[in-house]
Design a protein around this ligand. Sequence first.
Ligand code: HEM
Length: 131
Amino acid sequence: MDMKRAIETMEDIRLLVDTFYGKVRENPLIGPIFDSVIGDRWPVHLEKMYRFWQTVLFGEHTYYGAPFPPHAQLPVDRQHFDTWLGLWHTTLDQLFTGEKAAEAKWRGDKMAAMFLSKINYYRSRPSTPLS
Ligand code: HEM
C-alpha cells in the first residue's frame, strides 16, 4: 500500500522535520556539524524548524527569525549543501506527494543556493558586516 500523502497538518510537518533531522544526524558529513553547534538543544531546534516550515508551507506566521545568520560562520561549502538537499528530497519523496511536497523541495533548493552564495560572498570579503 502506498502510504504517501499530502502535507496538510502540523503532524505532517513534525513527521517531515523529525525524519529529516534523524537522517541529518546520522550523516557523516553534516551530522557532526549540526551536533557540534546544537549540542543538547535539539528539541529547541526542532521546535523552531516546525514553525519555520509551517510559515513557509502553510503561510501561518509562527516563525520570526533570521534564517541566515546562524549559518554565516559554519564550515560548509557546496558539498554540504548538496548533502543537505539530497536528504531533504529523499525524506520528502519517502513520505509525501503533492503540491506542498514539491514546494518544500523548491524552497529548500532556493534557500540552500542563497545561503551558499552569501557564505561565499562573506568569505571573499571578510570585513563586510553581516546583514
Ligand atoms: C549543510 C547545510 C546546513 C547546515 C550545516 C545547517 C546548520 C544549522 C545549524 C547548526 C542551525 C542551528 C543554529 C543554532 O540554533 O545555534 C541551523 C538553524 C537553521 N537552519 Fe540550517 N543548516 C543548513 C542548511 C539549511 C537550509 C538549506 C535551510 C533552509 C531551508 C536551513 C534553515 C535553517 C533555519 C530556518 C534555522 C533556524 C534559524 C534561527 O535561529 O532562527 N538550514 N542550521
